[in-house]
Design a protein around this ligand. Structure first.
Ligand code: NAP
Length: 269
């Protein structure tokens, strides 16, 4: 089983939503060539075939890559079928990591689905199983119903949604956090004063400051860029260690809420 320590050895992942078709092929191949190894997709993104073509186009041996996809809501009741489809579309014979995309508590199926995913792991079709958008209440129910603890929880996290209590809780449970939308989709966070100050002082870009903030908080950012130049810039950022004072100043940004992305109510299938 992949442990959270092995996830931490992947300092950054390449995000592929909302790329489709040739854009997905091109950006995945470029990201791999630049040095990304963790490639993140999802059945829900409807781009697994194109991501698989990008992986193939890179020419890198399979074992050097870390391929992660997610079980969509429609498939909570058909875990085996979903796995077969994802493997076929990605053109691989195992996944490094497979996550439940959203808990969908209104369906009440995530614990059964996770048990099926654990069977697939025992068969060697999946190296590691995890979740996304799970809160402690969902993890508690999962543990109580299956005895299983996911290796990773992929959550929305950035300096304006920095979730310190949740991160501490997951760390205490030995669950590696991956941050989705780590740049808050390239919005205001990149123009925030503390981010700009660190960028200027260190001679790096605001995007690099924010990615270094994730890295300095033991988070694995899953970042997307269609530009080879920014892909490279982002990858370089995870070797930058911020000081405690820099982390604290960036963490002091005004906090936003989850909005429509509250996993207790979001019905995304
Ligand atoms: N588990 C889930 O429920 C979930 C939900 C959403 C997303 N995700 C995953 O997380 C990944 C990343 O999230 P995201 O795509 O929403 O947002 P993101 O990575 O925070 O931001 C991507 C945006 O930022 C821009 N950007 C990238 N690097 C930059 C830099 N250094 N400086 C300035 N702008 C930069 C990109 O533009 P350019 O392309 O022009 O560079 C793009 O518009 C997704 O692709 C997906 O794999 C998971």
């Amino acid at each position: 089983m992949t442990t959270s320590a092995e996830f931490a050895s992947q300092p950054i992942g390449f995000g592929t939503w909302p790329f489709k078709d040739e854009e997905a092929v091109r950006s995945v191949a470029s990201a791999i060539e630049i040095g990304y190894r963790l490639i993140d997709t999802a059945s829900k993104y409807e781009n697994e075939q194109a991501v698989g073509r990008g992986i193939a186009a890179s020419g890198l041996p399979r074992e050097e890559l870390f391929v992660q996809t997610k079980l969509r809501g429609h498939d909570h009741g058909d875990v085996r079928g979903a796995l077969e489809r994802s493997l076929e579309w990605l053109g691989v014979d195992y996944l490094d990591s497979w996550l439940i995309h959203w808990p969908l508590p209104m369906l009440g199926l995530y614990s059964k689905a996770f048990e099926q995913m654990a069977h697939a792991r025992e068969e060697g079709l999946v190296r590691s199983i995890g979740v996304s958008n799970f809160l402690p209440e969902h993890l508690d129910a999962l543990k109580a119903e299956t005895g299983l603890v996911p290796a990773v929880d992929q959550l929305p996290c950035d300096p304006s949604l920095n979730r310190p209590e949740l991160r501490a809780e997951l760390a205490a449970r030995g669950i590696q956090v991956q941050s989705w939308s780590p740049l808050a989709r390239g919005g205001e966070v990149l123009e925030a004063q503390p981010v700009l100050e660190v960028a200027q002082a260190r001679g790096i870009t605001p995007g690099q400051v924010v990615l270094a903030w994730h890295h300095s908080n033991d988070l694995v950012p899953i970042v997307r860029s269609g530009s080879a130049q920014r892909q490279r810039e982002n990858l370089e950022a995870v070797s930058i260690e911020l000081t405690d004072a820099e982390v604290a100043s960036i963490s002091s940004l005004p906090q936003r809420g989850l909005g429509d992305f509250d996993p207790r109510t979001r019905d995304e299938r």
